[in-house]
Design a protein around this ligand. Sequence first.
Ligand code: NI
Length: 176
Amino acid sequence: MALLEILHHPDARLRKKAAPVQQIDARITQLVADMFETMYAAHGIGLAATQINVHERVVVIDLSEEKTEPLCLINAEIISKEGKMEHEEGCLSVPEYYEKVERAERIQVRALDTAGKTFEMDADGLLAVCIQHELDHLDGKLFVDYLSSLKQQRVRKKLEKLKKQQPKSPASGAAA
Ligand code: NI
C-alpha cells in the first residue's frame, strides 16, 4: 500500500474530468487500497481519484468513527435525486475551509463494487452529501465552486497563506 499525494486547489489537475473504469483488475484494486489508506491518513471521510491525480471514476468513503465502514463506488451515477439540504462541507483538496453547500437531500446511486458487480443504494444525510461531493470531483468540480465569488477569493487567499506555513496542521472537521 502507498500513501498518495493529495492535490490542492487551485491545481488545474483537479479540473480534469475522470473517465469510466474499463476493467476492474489488480491495478484498480491497488488504487482503491491506496485511496483508503490515503483518506484515513488524512482524516478524511471521502476521497475521489481525481484528488490523487488519477482520472478514473473511483470514489472511496467512510463515515464511521472507527473507520470500519469502507464504501467504494466505481463508475457511480446518481439515478434519482430528491429534496434539498444544506450541510457544512470540507475537502481534503481545500484544507481548513468549511462552508455550507446546498445538495439534494436523498439520492439513489448505481455503481460497481470492487468485484465489478453492479449495485444500487439509497443515501441521505451526510452520506448523500459526501457522495455528491465526491462525484463532483470526478467531473472536475469543487464544493467551493458553489460559493459566491467573494467567498471563492477568500478561499484562494487562505490557501496561499497556508501554503507558506509548514508543516500543515491536521484537519479539524470532516473533509472529503
Ligand atoms: Ni473534496
